[in-house]
Design a protein. Sequence first.
Length: 192
Amino acid sequence: MTRDAPTRVTLYDSDELDAVIAAMARRAAALIAGLEHVAVIGIRRRGAPLADRLCASLSAHHNLPPPLRIDLDIKRYADDLSLLFPQTRLTEDPKHASVDLRGHTVVLVDDVLYSGHSLFTAIGHLLRREPARIHVAVLADRGVARLPIQADIVGVRLQVAPDDIVECLVPPFEPIFGIDVLRKGSAAAAAP
């Protein structure tokens, strides 16, 4: 038996995702308008530049002051969904560890909501810093979270096969802005 190579399908291109980010910013603006203490926290890798895009849209189109921007490093899975660590690992930049989030409304940004482990870990970490509330924003929600996590702000909801890999392509990590799905190849009998 051999496996065919995975098939890459583009679900959303850059222009479509610019409109998605604008819609996410409208939803975020409705949640944070009039609040004095707002923090937008990106989950690295791709959640960080998405948080930057969201902040830029909030400032440009909703006349909101720039929020406090922080990033968290969280790792459990590789991009191909293989398990890197049995427990989700969180690392915070030491310069942000002393930032006081008490009373802040936090918008926590990630690229894909899949199992929910990364967001669950981030929320647990942030709760110890006593924010007033936490809103979760994701570019893509696969709708299959295994933990009690849901996003308040969702760019797109995807219905893909369990084995499919959703790739959010986000500059500066990729040259283009898009969402692709990698569909694993089907098993084929090897020729005799």
